[in-house]
Design a protein around this ligand. Structure first.
Ligand code: FES
Length: 104
């Protein structure tokens, strides 16, 4: 199970082991990460699960696809180049130690 770290806007961090195959919006909610509403339940229609992937991890996580990017750009929080919808990132062994940042 990969260990995932969420860094909050105040610099504090929440970390949790996440079962392989779990999307990181569900994982964040389970871990009590604030600011991940996940209003659509992970069907990629709300953009309330935005995270910014740490620069050290973007090659392994990958950037948003076109559909995801369009939704991010319509969100209330302006996306960055490394923004992703956390419901579209699935935990797996290669993501052990992943650092995600919550937008301010
Ligand atoms: S939970 Fe709605 S887009 Fe991710």
């Amino acid at each position: 199970m990969p260990l995932i770290h969420w860094t909050l806007p105040d610099g504090s961090r929440i970390s949790d082991e996440v079962a392989d195959g779990t999307n990181l919006m569900d994982a964040a909610q389970f871990a009590g990460v604030p600011g991940i509403a996940g209003e659509c339940g992970g069907c990629m229609s709300c953009a309330t699960c935005q995270v910014v992937v740490d620069p050290a991890w973007i090659d392994r996580v990958g950037v948003a696809c076109d559909q995801e990017r369009m939704l991010l750009e319509a969100a209330t929080v302006a996306p960055q180049d490394r923004s992703r919808l956390s419901c579209q990132i699935v935990a797996h062994r290669a993501l052990d130690g992943l650092v995600l940042h919550l937008p301010a």
